[in-house]
Design a protein around this ligand. Structure first.
Ligand code: CS2
Ligand code: MN
Length: 355
């Protein structure tokens, strides 16, 4: 595995200086953030990222994300233009040495939480999702008390209402067809320049606000991989996104898709799933802090030949740190060292077992 860490660029309070001191750090995961979704990234911006990262002794090999324009997901007539821009971005980041591109295909909303600073008994704070709070929000009623933390701030309230409204006739099958259309153009472009595409699962992995979500479970991931059945069309295995539903056996999926060579990127984090569909809370990475067996997942990846990129996903806020929810330094750094430890254990266990 290649250990990586997400960095939000020059604006990020967490610096490359900080990140390089985390043991075993290899790759910075970042993106060009000052360009509107659907537009082409400038070569200068990409080159600047590369230079800053390499000056700090790390590699720039993963982009998260090149966002997919809503008109592509909606299948609107101008999608071809946005797809062409998407392919151009793939070519440009490949030229800078990037090997893997993470993206998602969730209508309108990326990850959704109802609380960004939920207190835990040890005094840390974490991200949480309570289903009843989500059910109380209707994005189509402009006068409802509508905002949840984490929503794309580039939408005005009216803009958000209108884009949600455009999905009213969107079925899961139509969304699948639009995803296939996108992949049939993008994957050949990625293949040509040696980029592995890695779709991120929907977070949470079920429909919210009546909008369809399809990258949610094993059956749908099987279907996704067959849409364009080549190694470059792969996944980001996000343990927290899949693991917030008890129906998903994340270690089993890790083993299966790693053996198929289709996991290019892994997001590791732990969640505590609440009973009776009430939702989930994000927790420290350690297995005993949440519902996921992190060792089993790492071992499944290791034993099935995974050699891609891995990063600690969200962290709690600890030691008085403030900053971007989920993306402080301290708890993610603890997560990274834990991942190093689990990987070393998996390696040495396998060696002992084969003696
Ligand atoms: C990330 C996602 O912060 C997070 O939860 O895992 O925002 C992820 O970057 C996107 O879904 C990938 O496009
Ligand atoms: Mn993730």
């Amino acid at each position: 595995m290649k250990l990586s860490f997400r960095w939000y660029g020059q604006e990020d309070k967490v610096t490359l200086d900080n990140i390089r001191q985390i043991p075993g750090m290899h790759t910075i995961v970042t993106a060009v953030y000052d360009v509107a979704v659907g537009q082409v990234w400038s070569k200068e911006s990409i080159a600047r990222l590369k230079q800053q990262i390499e000056e700090n002794g790390m590699h720039f090999e993963v982009v998260e994300s090149i966002p997919v324009h809503e008109d592509i997901k909606l299948g609107k007539p101008d999608r071809d233009l946005y797809i062409e821009n998407y392919c151009e971005n793939i070519r440009r980041v490949a030229e800078a040495g990037v090997k893997c591109v993470c993206y998602n295909f969730m209508p309108v909303f990326d990850w959704t939480r109802t609380e960004l600073a939920h207190p835990l008994p040890d005094g840390s704070t974490t991200l949480a999702y309570y289903q009843e709070q989500v059910d109380a929000v209707n994005p189509l009623e402009s006068d409802s008390d509508l905002t949840l933390p984490g929503w794309d701030a580039s939408y005005s309230r009216e803009g958000l209402r209108s884009v949600v409204a455009q999905y009213q006739s969107m079925t899961e099958e139509k969304l699948w067809a639009n995803l296939q259309y996108f992949l049939e153009k993008v994957i050949p472009a990625a293949r040509e320049c040696g980029i592995n595409m890695a779709i991120h699962e929907d977070d949470p992995c079920w429909s919210i606000f009546g909008l369809p979500r399809i990258i949610t479970d094993e059956k749908n991931l099987d279907r996704f991989l067959k849409l364009v059945d080549v190694p470059n069309n792969g996944i980001t295995l996000c343990t927290g996104s899949l693991g917030c539903s008890c129906r998903n056996d994340v270690a089993k999926m890790a083993a299966k898709y790693a053996a198929m060579g289709r996991i290019h990127f892994v997001h590791m984090r732990n969640v505590a799933v609440l009973p009776d569909g009430k939702g989930f809370e994000e927790r420290a990475h350690l297995s005993s802090c949440g519902s996921l067996d992190m060792y089993e997942i790492i071992k499944a990846l290791h034993d099935n030949g995974f050699d891609g990129y891995i990063r600690p996903d969200h962290g709690r806020m600890i030691w008085g740190e403030t900053g971007r929810p989920g993306y402080g330094l301290y708890d993610r750094a603890l997560g990274a060292t834990y991942l190093n430890g689990l990987w070393e254990a998996a390696e040495k266990n396998k060696r002992t077992a084969s003696k």
